[in-house]
Design a protein around this ligand. Structure first.
Ligand SMILES: NC(=O)c1ccc[n+]([C@@H]2O[C@H](COP(=O)([O-])OP(=O)(O)OC[C@H]3O[C@@H](n4cnc5c(N)ncnc54)[C@H](O)[C@@H]3O)[C@@H](O)[C@H]2O)c1
Length: 395
């Protein structure tokens, strides 16, 4: 695994847990973790349960006893690590968004396609698909329970940078993160809604906004690039640098199955911490999900007698619900980290079976193309058609 902070901790928890919870044909061995600082990565290896550590990810890729490379670094390094790992015959799990640009994502999708011929698997980590209530939502839609989909309504609301003194971390620098709220959390609702509906976004009309244009440089910010160089606006106060990504992104979209959609991703929704909400309205009913109540799904069945109609609150903890037969008795809810265990389960099961796990790098490339289309639309003030991922991935 490369990177050991937020996602590194979540993925480690998943790798540690997956064989205890699920009966899988392969056992996970946590061979080595990579980070840039020797003493910090040594501590992280110990804390997170890795057998060894290194400060150079190329060492992981070169090791004969390593079968999987798990990429948990910022987007700027995804392409280089993933392409090298695939070329070395390692299966790759890469965090979202797949890359910082469509060009990088295309190279990654091509590398994945070439490696696939040799039985090498790859997957992008859109973990919200693996929240059981979201998977159940997809099943209800696929079973025709809400009929023809008319509306898709998705928001992802956070508030961690409302304070203008919050420092200029890597997520606020375009060369490190690719984009802001759009790629970080907008990518999740793009993937989740396409997963739930089985429809792909074809056209978008978007706007983006950066509310706070300069921020204090983080303490000890030696990793900052030229674009974030430490100058001050008026020569007073702590050094600041420019925010080069969006704070908020909103867009309307058309989907290829005829649905219309609206999306909103923001880090300025004061009071909202991880408000990923999706509602789908169809000709026969509706489904609605809110991550802050992740063990619940709302389902409205318009085919029931009028007197009985209303949104049902399904507590998604029954053994017949996706992923849940291996966990706790009904009503004993699960949490955020379980989505990563489910992701690890699906990845290991696919590797063992010689199947391609989803979402593939080609799927994640298509999400990247939607992100880019939104950025272009915001820039030009026009509707933009999303490029076809498959056509571009295969050249
Ligand atoms: N699936 C999700 O819900 C979710 C949530 C948060 C972040 N992410 C994604 O996960 C990725 C990492 O985000 P994070 O929140 O864990 O970031 P983070 O800042 O918490 O951790 C990044 C880690 O990468 C390491 N790192 C950076 N460059 C490196 C390099 N060249 N070699 C080795 N290690 C390097 C850092 O030392 C750190 O350990 C990003 O792509 C992000 O978009 C996904």
């Amino acid at each position: 695994m490369v990177g050991y902070a937020f996602m590194g901790a979540a993925h480690s928890q998943a790798w540690r847990t997956v064989n205890r919870v699920y009966d899988l044909p392969l056992r996970v061995r946590m061979a080595s973790v990579c980070g840039r600082d020797e003493s910090q990565v040594a501590q992280a290896a110990d804390r997170l349960g890795w057998e060894s550590h290194t400060t150079d990810w190329r060492e992981l890729v070169a090791r004969a006893d390593v079968d999987v490379i798990d990429i948990c670094t910022p987007g700027e390094s995804h392409a280089e690590i993933a392409i090298a790992a695939l070329a070395a015959g390692k299966h790759v799990l890469c965090e979202k968004p797949l890359a910082n640009t469509v060009a990088e994502a295309q190279q990654m999708a091509q590398a994945a396609q070439a490696a696939r011929a040799g039985g090498v698997r790859s997957m992008c980590g859109f973990n919200y698909r693996r929240v059981p209530a979201v998977t159940l939502m997809r099943q209800l839609v696929a079973d025709g329970r809400i009929g023809t989909i008319r509306h898709v309504r998705a928001v992802y609301l956070q508030d961690w940078i409302v304070d203008p003194d919050f420092p200029l971390v890597w997520r606020l620098q375009k060369d490190k993160a690719g984009s802001g709220a759009l790629g970080d959390i907008g990518a999740h609702i793009i993937d989740a809604t396409q997963f739930v509906t089985g429809q792909r976004i074809t056209r978008v009309s978007g706007l983006t906004e950066t509310f706070v244009k300069r921020r204090p440089l983080p303490a000890g910010s030696s990793g900052l690039t030229a674009s974030a160089g430490g100058d001050t606006v008026d020569g007073a106060g702590p050094p600041t640098g420019p925010v080069t990504v969006d704070d908020a992104a909103l867009f309307m979209a058309r989907l290829d199955g005829g649905a219309v959609a609206s999306y909103e991703a923001t880090r300025f929704a004061t009071g909202r911490k991880n408000g990923l909400r999706i509602e789908i309205n169809g000709s026969l009913g509706s489904v609605a999900f809110d991550f802050e109540r992740m063990n619940e799904l709302e389902f409205y069945d318009a085919t029931r007698p009028g007197a009985e109609q209303g949104f049902n609150r399904i507590i998604v903890t029954e053994p017949e619900h996706p992923y849940l037969s291996a966990w706790w008795p009904p009503g004993h809810g699960i949490g955020y980290e379980h989505s990563f265990t489910h992701q690890a389960r699906d990845f290991v099961a696919a590797v063992a079976a010689g199947d391609d796990p989803a979402p593939s790098f080609a799927d994640a490339l298509q999400v990247q193309q939607v992100l880019e289309a939104v950025e272009r639309s915001a820039e030009l003030g026009e509707w933009i058609t999303v490029e076809s991922a498959l056509a571009t991935a295969t050249g």
